[in-house]
Design a protein around this ligand. Structure first.
Ligand code: FAD
Length: 514
């Protein structure tokens, strides 16, 4: 914040947006030695980047669509991310159940090709399974008319935790990242974008920030920023909504994930174990408006319950849903008319406006690093920054550990894990249990505020620990105690606590089905 107050500081690169795209760009810029500032209007991963299916994947579906280049790139990035953040990314076996005889050889051949495309970064070979093999891997699957199946491998991760660890890595590399700081305008000089105007949402204080180049990485909001330069420009993003339903592990049982490659309307459906729950999704519904808190449509909920019910022995009902979370894909708007969102490429696009604003759209979490590399190459060239090579492909992300002990419920803190214990050594009360069901202790909240830039109860319960997505009722239950801890750490009063509890209760209620 002190850096922002100094009007003489000229940043090399200012990035708007603290999701996967912005964090990837900031990491790339900071590691190249450019003076880097990232501004996020709310919290890191507040937008789409906390609402993914939690897969680090090449995208079997994109292979079926013939998008070989995208799959090759994503498989390479999958392998790199697994090496750079092993505390957050793990191998995940998936099983495709087959109800016809042609299905087993068809998917075995396709997925073997997928494995081969990963080259030396591959993580496991796809194999055909007998009917018995499928029931063993997915004990909760319907076995009537089941012929066999195929097992293949991809990776699974914790999206918001990766965002937080990336923010920490950026600061360790000399960059500055600030959350709850909204960009309200662009500074223009002789028709060129030369900086941004931003407002601190906690204090109301306004800042003018000078920049060599500005990168717009605001996901579904990129058009709002583009219109700050030229209100008449055509929209470049088409939001596409996807929802997930979260249920108890018993709907899947075991550690393998279910993948339905073709649902009744030609989509893919996943049911993936995540923490001690199962995430089932997703949908693909075109939206007209960008929203920070999109809401699941009734039809989407029905579609997922109905489709999952056709494959699960115990069909999930509305009352089994512990939480529903909804995200908007920032898909690059196609130039041709009539294209459905599910057909739009998941590749990323970089656009440069007349005034030199560099906009990054599309893409996936999996390829966030490559997106950062590409956008910083372009921005550095435009701003005539000294050319420097990218070093992020083998850069360890904050929390990296050589050995991950998955039997520890808090293993995903990686190298920070021991420091949570140190907090409890200093103050044994912090060992108090917040949620027994979700394995959460009070020290995690203190850690989130002191070391992970959490500023609100929502920052803690939605993104530092994932309670709102794992169990929205549990989120409401623990909120008052979390508010007390955050208020004590940040010096806020009772009124603040009350308003925070009210806000998170409203938000968590919108993650529940009526
Ligand atoms: C349903 C669904 C499932 C998905 N599943 C997967 C998956 O399994 N694997 C995968 O690889 N990818 C997945 N994706 C894609 C991936 O999640 C997205 O591509 C990625 O998160 C987009 O990141 P982003 O940074 O572009 O956008 P966002 O995460 O939305 O970030 C943009 C940020 O900009 C901020 N912002 C906006 N305006 C301003 C402003 N004026 N000032 C400052 N900040 C501002 C917002 O608050 C927001 O935090 C999925 C997407 C969806 C929707």
């Amino acid at each position: 914040m002190r850096n922002l107050e100094d009007p003489n500081v000229q940043w090399d690169v200012v990035i708007i947006g603290g999701g996967a795209s912005g964090l990837g760009a900031a990491l790339e810029a900071a590691t190249r030695g450019y003076l880097t500032l990232l501004l996020e209007q709310d919290d890191f991963a507040k937008g789409t980047s906390s609402r993914s299916t939690k897969l680090v994947h090449g995208g079997v579906r994109y292979l079926a669509q013939g998008n070989v280049a995208l799959v090759l790139e994503a498989l390479k990035e999958r392998g790199r991310l697994k090496l750079n953040a092993p505390h957050l990314v793990k191998d995940q076996p998936f099983v495709i159940p087959c109800y016809s005889y042609w299905c087993v050889p068809f998917y075995t051949i396709g997925l073997t090709l997928y494995d081969l495309m990963a080259g030396r970064l591959g993580i496991g070979r796809s194999v055909p399974l007998s009917k018995k093999g499928v029931s063993k891997a997915l004990p909760a699957i319907k076995t009537r008319k089941l012929r066999g199946g195929v097992r293949y491998f991809d990776c699974q991760f914790d999206d918001a935790r990766l965002a937080v660890n990336l923010a920490q890595t950026i600061t360790e590399q000399g960059g500055v990242v600030i959350n709850h700081m909204k960009v309200n305008g662009l500074i223009m000089e002789d028709g060129r974008v030369s900086g941004v105007e931003a407002g601190d949402r906690e204090t109301g204080k306004q800042y003018r920030v000078a920049a060599g180049t500005v990168i717009n990485a605001t996901g579904v909001f990129v058009d709002d920023i583009l219109k700050m330069e030229d209100p008449s420009v055509r929209d470049v993003v088409k939001p596409s909504q996807g929802i997930h339903l979260v249920m108890e592990r018993e709907f899947l049982k075991g550690g393998e994930a279910l993948m339905i490659p073709k649902t009744s309307d030609g989509r893919v459906l996943f049911a993936v174990p995540w923490h001690n729950r199962v995430v089932v999704g997703t949908t693909d519904v075109e939206k007209q408006e960008a929203e920070l808190e999109p809401v699941a449509e009734e039809e989407e909920v029905e579609y997922i319950l109905e489709t999952a019910g056709r494959f699960m022995e115990r069909a999930p009902r509305r009352e089994d849903v512990l939480a529903v979370f909804t995200g908007l894909r920032p898909l690059a708007a196609p130039t041709g008319e009539g294209k459905k969102t599910k057909e739009i490429s998941r590749g990323h696009k970089i656009l440069v406006s007349k005034g030199g604003l560099v906009t990054l759209t599309g893409g996936k979490w999996t390829t966030y690093r490559k997106m950062g590399e590409d956008v910083v190459n372009r921005a550095a060239e435009l701003a005539k920054l000294p050319a420097r090579d990218s070093v992020t492909s083998a850069l360890r992300i904050h929390g990296h550990v050589d050995e991950v002990d998955k039997s520890d419920p808090l293993y995903w803190y990686g190298s920070d894990r021991k420091q949570i214990d140190s907090l409890i050594d200093e103050d044994p009360e912090l060992g108090g249990i917040l949620s027994e069901e979700l394995n959460i202790i009070e020290a995690q909240i203190v850690w989130a505020v002191r070391m992970e830039m959490a500023r609100t109860v929502e920052d803690c319960l939605a993104r530092r620990i994932r309670v709102i997505q794992l169990d929205a009722r549990e989120c409401i239950r623990v909120a008052p105690r979390v508010a007390e801890i955050v208020a004590r750490e940040l010096g806020y009063d009772q009124e603040w606590q009350k308003s925070q509890v009210k806000a998170i209760t409203e938000l968590a209620s919108s993650h529940l089905l009526n």
